[in-house]
Write a new protein. Sequence first.
Lengths: 174, 152
Amino acid sequence: MRYAIPVVVLVAMLVLLGIGLKLDPREVPSPLIGKPAPAFELPLLGADPEAPKLSVASLTGRPVLVNFFASWCAGCRVEHPLLMELSKQGVEIVGIDYKDAPEDARAWLARHGNPYRQVALDRVGQAGLDWGVYGVPETYVLGADGRVLFKQIGPVTPQAWERDIRPLLAGAAR
Amino acid sequence: MKPRPIVALLLAAFVGIAAALTPMEGTLTPEQDARYRVLIHELRCLVCQNQTIADSNADLASDLRKQVHDRIAAGESDDDIRRYVTDRYGDFVLYKPPLTARTAALWIAPFLLALLGIGLVLRLLRRNRSAPAAATPVDAQRLRQLLDEKDP
């Protein structure tokens, strides 16, 4: 009985340690969830500089995935086949090319395929900063009203698609 | 007389390095610069999470430093800037998070643990002080007995 308290303390610490090991400190919850997507206005890839730009207003009206990617980003290669598959299924994906040279992005998309309805260029990363991006790839799910419903940090995995994103899109489309 | 051009060249090179290290110096007033220095030591770099944006070389950290710099130059207050960053990255970017329901445990736990520790120490001290007093008469008697035996 004299060991009851130390044992209880030890067990409590082990349980907390176990929970701590399961948490991923890289996944910082976004405070933007439930809020309107931050404004931006970015030139489109392949358009001339005078052409209309991509803004948040053009993303409303239907649910859409906003995917921050870059040609120099390894994680983007990982999620790319899934994005291609989703775009074939009719999921609307808008790409934001983060801190990248347009010609590199174009070559990358030519080599791996282009799953994006539109690709906007965020050369200095200002839009990324405004959206709270801290490492590409990051993907935001926007509802039809332009609110952020979900943020995927790191590559979109099949599990994340099935568990988190698909139900949201299905709910937002209704 | 000869080495002068070389010295000048070297000095010029060092000026170049210094300028590269602090590319934004000179555009803030001394008070603004002091605020800038305090702020960048308060904000966490999310790429390398245990460094402030002042310490980190990550791209994102330098972007955030520039953001802080530009916002100070534009006349925003420290609170405005903190709000800008936390609206996007959450309270996690602040090394000193505000006291809210979510962070209450973080702020209160150290004091609770300290109190607990002090309580334990006091209890141990009290036990130690009272323990020898109870044992002494028996020990003394036994001791005397042993000493008598050994002393012929």
